[in-house]
Design a protein around this ligand. Structure first.
Ligand code: AMP
Ligand code: MG
Length: 404
C-alpha cells in the first residue's frame, strides 16, 4: 500500500506526452498546443476605426461646431484609401482602415450629415476611436505559448493570426473493461442477485466530459483466462485500459493476476485512501498503462479523478501541476473529519451571488450511487482529524470541468 501522493507521482512518472498531431481549428478545443503561435502580421495590421462615424483631421475640428465636406466612404473590407485633405472628411465604418490624412474618428452619434456635408458638434480628442496598427501585437510576437490549453478565445487568436491548423499533443485512446458476474446492462432485466452496470456508462461519461470522447465499455466474467485475454488485447490496442471491479482480494478478484498473466508490470496495488483503496496501476512495456479501479461506484469515480484523469491529462500534454483539477471554496456547512486516512467526501457545488460554496453530500458507503448522483466532486480531507466550521476553505476536486 502506498500513500496517495506517492501514487500520484507514480502515475506522472509512468506516462509520457503522446506524439504531436496537426489538427484543423475546429478539432482543437481543449487540446494542448505543442507549438508556439506567433502573429503572422501586425495586429491590427493597419490603423483601424473602432466606431461607425467620420474620419477627419483633428486640426479641422479644433473648434466646433464645424462643417466638413464629405468626399467618400470606407467600409470594413474596402481597399479604398481616399485622401482626407483639410476641410474634408470620409464616412468610415467599424473595422475599416483609417484613410490617409485622417487622424481621428468621430462617432456618427456626435454628427449630423446633410447633402455632401457633415457637421461635428463637439471637438474630438486627436486620435480618438482609432485602433493603432500593432497595438495588440507586432508581427512575430508570441500570441499563444506551447502548453496553452486551447480555449474558444485561444482558437480565435490562432485563427486571427492565420493558423488554420495547429500542432497539438495527441490524446490517449481509452477503453473500459467492467468485471463482475453480477453485472447486467441498464436495459436488461435484473434478478435480485444481480447488479446493473453503472460504472461502464459512468466512466465513459466521465471520460467524455473531460474531452476523451467515444470510449466504449465491455463487461467481462470473473474468470482469469477471459480477463487475461481481454486485458492483453486491450493493452495492445489502447493507450490506457481501465478495468473496473475485481481488483481487491476476494477469491473472485482476478484482475491483478490477469494483469501480470497478460504481460503487465504492476506499479502499485493499494492506495491509503477512502474510498478507492484497492486501486492498481500497471504498465505494458512503453506502450500502454492500465488502471484497476474498485467496483463500488463512488470508489471508481474517486479513483478515476484522483489518478486516471491526471494520467490522461499528462499524456495529452498538460503541465504536471494542471493534471488534477482542484478549486478552493468555502464549506456551506460544518464538517467533522475523524482522521486516520485520507478521505474524499462527495460534495455538491452551489453557486451563490458571491461565488461557489461546497456542500457535503451524505453518503452511506462507497456503494451509495444515490449520493454519487447528487455530487459534483469530492472534498479532500487529509489524514489529520479536523473540525471544519462552515466557511472554511476546502479543496474541492471536481468531476467535470468548472473553470479548468
Ligand atoms: P468489486 O470491486 O468487484 O469487489 O465490486 C465491489 C462492488 O461494486 C460489488 O458490490 C459490485 O457488484 C459492484 N460493482 C462492480 N462493478 C460494478 C459496475 N460496473 N457497476 C456497478 N456496480 C459494480
Ligand atoms: Mg467483482
Amino acid at each position: 500500500m502506498i500513500s496517495p501522493p506517492e501514487a500520484f507521482c507514480k502515475v506522472l512518472e509512468n506516462v509520457a506526452r503522446l506524439p504531436v498531431v496537426s489538427l484543423p481549428l475546429k478539432e482543437c478545443l481543449g487540446r494542448v498546443l505543442a507549438d508556439t503561435i506567433r502573429a503572422d502580421r501586425d495586429m491590427p495590421p493597419a490603423d483601424r476605426s473602432a466606431m461607425d462615424g467620420y474620419a477627419a483631421g483633428a486640426a479641422d475640428l479644433a473648434s466646433c461646431p464645424a462643417t466638413l465636406r464629405l468626399i467618400g466612404e470606407v467600409a470594413a473590407g474596402s481597399p479604398l484609401r481616399p485622401r482626407v485633405r483639410p476641410g474634408t472628411c470620409v464616412r468610415i465604418l467599424t473595422g475599416a482602415n483609417v484613410p490617409p490624412g485622417a487622424d481621428t474618428v468621430v462617432m456618427v452619434e456626435q454628427t449630423s450629415a446633410k447633402d455632401e456635408t457633415v457637421t461635428f458638434r463637439a471637438a474630438p480628442k486627436p486620435g480618438e476611436n482609432i485602433l493603432r496598427r500593432a497595438e495588440n501585437a507586432r508581427k512575430g510576437e508570441v500570441l499563444l505559448p506551447e502548453g496553452t490549453v486551447l480555449s474558444a478565445s485561444a482558437i480565435g487568436a490562432a485563427a486571427s493570426s492565420g493558423h488554420a491548423r495547429l500542432k497539438v499533443y495527441g490524446i490517449p485512446r481509452v477503453t473500459v473493461l467492467c468485471t463482475g458476474a453480477e453485472l447486467r446492462d441498464a436495459g436488461d432485466r435484473v434478478g435480485i442477485h444481480q447488479e446493473r452496470n453503472s460504472n461502464g456508462p459512468s466512466l465513459c461519461a466521465a471520460l467524455a466530459v473531460w474531452g476523451y470522447r467515444g470510449c466504449r465499455y465491455a463487461t467481462l466474467a470473473d474468470n482469469l483466462d477471459v480477463q487475461t485475454r481481454r486485458i492483453r488485447t486491450a493493452a495492445a490496442r489502447y493507450d490506457v485500459v481501465l478495468v473496473v471491479g475485481g481488483v481487491s482480494v476476494g477469491c473472485y478478484d482476478y484482475v491483478s493476476r490477469a494483469v501480470e498473466a497478460a504481460g503487465g508490470k504492476t506499479l502499485f496495488h493499494g492506495v491509503a485512501m477512502k474510498p478507492g483503496k484497492p486501486l492498481l496501476m500497471a504498465r505494458f512495456g512503453r506502450r500502454a498503462v492500465l488502471f484497476g479501479l474498485p467496483g463500488n461506484p463512488l470508489s471508481a469515480m474517486v479513483g478515476f479523478h484522483e489518478f486516471v484523469l491526471p494520467g490522461l491529462r499528462r499524456m495529452s500534454g498538460l503541465a504536471a501541476e494542471a493534471c488534477r483539477p482542484a478549486i478552493y471554496a468555502p464549506l456551506a456547512a460544518d464538517l467533522t473529519h475523524k482522521g486516520g486516512t485520507q478521505r474524499h467526501m462527495p460534495a455538491r457545488i452551489r453557486w451563490q451571488p458571491t461565488g461557489a460554496v461546497i456542500e457535503p453530500v451524505e453518503s452511506q458507503s462507497s456503494a451509495d450511487l444515490v449520493a454519487g448522483g447528487k455530487a459534483d466532486g469530492t472534498i479532500l480531507l487529509l489524514p489529520q482529524p479536523k473540525v471544519l466550521p462552515a466557511g472554511t476553505l476546502v479543496e474541492f476536486r471536481p468531476w467535470r470541468p468548472l473553470v479548468i
